[in-house]
Design a protein around this ligand. Sequence first.
Ligand code: GLY
Length: 331
Amino acid sequence: MQRRNFLKNSSAAAAGLLSTPLIASCNDQTKKAVTKVEESFSKKPIAICTWNFENATAKAWEVLKNGGSSLDAVQQGAMIEEADINNQTVGIGGRPDRDGNVTLDACIMDKDGNCGAVLAMQNIASPVSVARKVMEDTPHVMLAGLGAEKFAYEKGFKKVNLLTEQSKKEWEEWKKTSEYKPVINIENHDTIGILAIDANGDISGACTTSGMGYKYAGRVGDSPIIGAGLFVDNEVGAATATGVGEEVVRTVGSFLIVELMRQGKTPQEACEEGVRRIMAKNKGRTDFQIGFIAVNKNGETGGYCIHPGFSYRTYSETGHVDNPADSFLKA
Ligand code: GLY
């Protein structure tokens, strides 16, 4: 039986749409299918994000628990980190490029495959919200640089100085050597990628970052690139990435992981294969970190990374948990 029909038929059974005598007389295989679907219901709704961004998953869960959509959940979860000035890798307070400008990247994708993104946008504190406007109010998917900023003002976003005193001080210190060297696990918080399934079983995702600290002006990583930093397929699941974006772009990492799940891999197996592909391309190079997370349509999750130190947060009926991810290289 086709997997989709199987799920549809067994969902009907689990929802009590099959008559009692039929349930009573159903064979073991059908009973197992009903149990499996009932179990999977308990895993949804769910919010999952890269790193230990517990305030983001808490916000997303609040939206889901109140019957909100997965799209609202991922946007509002991501916005929490964008607004946190102490988080120097996302939104306001993010580390600047080598010229001292904070440039932000973000994208968002919904259950219908609609998506929007902003790239290298300055002076706007919530790029994920602008990305949603691109998705909903324009015929485009991506707006970059000054165009994105102009569009944000047209939509009512306010001009904000994104460079905090702390990030400015660190940038001035960095200029003394001007050595570009991404730090593995950047103090345990890098890009936030966030995925959610709502009570309807619909999946959405968002990803937002200030990118690599002290990058070349105009550099864009994986985070706003649909398929690289984020991908959602409502029939299968979703994936998102954190770490050195160039390597994620080269493998179209998040799309790859969703396709691996479509072929039958669990989210965990798919994330592991995604990291293995990156390592195979890099032939012995180990001076960078990548972390992938994924969720499938049943609400099962997985995460995997190159170096130890990456974890991901999940929030569902079963609790709010920080999950240390297994890694390709061991400590
Ligand atoms: N993953 C974030 C970036 O490379 O920009």
